[in-house]
Design a protein around this ligand. Structure first.
Ligand code: PMV
Length: 332
């Protein structure tokens, strides 16, 4: 039977990917390092079958037959068909974890789950590295969702992208004291998606050239801090890297302002906490939500201070998640 199902968790970058050196192969200008979350992810079933006359795609109960989401799926399936030397069309069904609608997770887990499920359904027996490359071609950050724990996407230098994939730096049990707290400011769909946003930044931000150099160095520094379990350095660099990415976004034309007033209020509160000897740092992707990095012993205090601002819809403590995996219970 040409059917397989996979589950992948989403991830949050501590040093960010923002801009491609190759739009078709999805190759980044700089390396990035992320944390895989537990329980926020995508489950996807793929079946290749000669009875299908085109590719079918259903996400969270809704059918898609055109548009950006659909094209992305067909793009990944086309690659798999080429690799497996098959011509059958596919039926793809995917469900995301409930908390997805909070605007925390991105397309990363979907791309990773689809890469694994479609490869297996097509009869391919790929390595994790090959799954990561395939996921990358669906959504850049997806290449990091193949692994759990702490994951680095090495940018690679080859033109064909064969050296641009993710590797695990440490697994999800490596640093139990490290905590992530997601602060949901506004459950809204973002106006400018990452793909269009980063392409505009590369073209128009006067700071782009500096960003890509700095981001590469930041990734090395964060990896070192992680290996030394040096929380202060890790937090400082992650927060600064996020602010540098947002400086690039703000200076893009037309400008990309992903923050809401509450986002800024929480950024100030995190910095104020540091003045009160609470070790907390923030990171923000292309949206208004904030993830606070902290140590487990201070989690309660930090939650209370954020709650007392009365500016967010939800506060979700996040656990670190494991590698993407195959499941035996299919969605259809
Ligand atoms: O892979 P994409 O297209 O979802 O872009 C991800 C961009 C950021 O989330 C802002 C940064 C990152 O490295 O995840």
């Amino acid at each position: 039977m040409m059917k397989a199902t996979a589950y992948a968790n989403s991830n949050m970058a501590l040093t960010k990917y923002w801009g491609k050196r190759d739009d078709r192969l999805i190759l980044p200008y700089n390396s990035s390092l992320s944390v895989t979350y537990d329980g926020l992810g995508s489950k996807t079933t793929v079946e290749f079958n000669k009875i299908y006359d085109h590719d079918f795609f259903k996400l969270d109960g809704k059918n898609y037959s055109k548009g950006e989401e659909y094209d992305r799926i067909v793009g990944q399936l086309t690659l798999v068909r080429k690799l497996a030397k098959i011509t059958y069309f596919a039926r793809v069904e995917s469900i995301n974890s409930v908390a997805f609608s909070s605007g925390l997770a991105s397309s990363a887990s979907g791309a990773a789950a689809l890469a694994m499920a479609s490869a297996k359904a097509a009869g391919l027996n790929l390595s994790s590295k090959e799954h990561s490359i395939l996921a990358r071609m669906g959504s850049g950050s997806g290449c990091r969702s193949i692994y759990g724990g702490f994951v680095k996407w090495q940018k690679g230098t080859k033109k064909d992208g064969s050296d641009s994939f993710a590797v695990q730096v440490a697994d999800e049990n490596y640093w139990p004291e490290l905590c992530l707290l997601a602060v949901i400011v506004k459950k809204a769909v973002k106006k400018v998606k990452s793909r269009a946003g980063m392409a505009a930044s590369v073209k128009t931000s006067p700071y782009y050239q500096n960003w890509k150099k700095e981001a590469e160095v930041d990734t090395k520094k964060v990896e070192k801090a992680l290996l030394n379990k040096d929380f202060t350095t890790l937090g400082e660099i992650a927060e600064y890297n996020c602010l540098k990415m947002h400086a690039v976004m703000l200076s893009t034309q037309p400008s990309l302002i992903y923050w809401q007033p509450a986002t800024i209020a929480i950024m100030h509160e995190v910095q104020n906490m540091r003045d009160d000897n609470i070790s907390a740092y923030f990171t923000i992707d292309a949206g208004p939500q904030i993830v606070i990095l902290c140590l487990r012993s201070q989690l309660g205090k930090i939650c209370n201070r954020i709650k007392s601002l009365n500016m967010c819809e939800d506060i979700i403590p996040l656990k670190l998640g494991k590698n993407a995996e195959y499941l035996s219970d299919h969605l259809f």
